[in-house]
Design a protein. Structure first.
Length: 49
């Protein structure tokens, strides 16, 4: 009886993992990326453009 429960638990663990791998993504992350700088440069900046 104990062996059959262990086997059933192992199969459930593997099938849930496979379901998560092959299911559509459920990521709900905000869109992000490189954002343009829209401010003013400081007067100390000595870069040449």
């Amino acid at each position: 009886m104990n062996l059959s429960k262990s086997f059933a638990n192992a199969m459930r663990y593997v099938s849930e993992a496979a379901g998560r791998i092959f299911s559509p993504t459920d990521d709900n992350y905000p869109n992000s990326g490189v954002q343009p700088f829209e401010g003013k440069r400081s007067k100390k900046s000595k870069s040449k453009d």
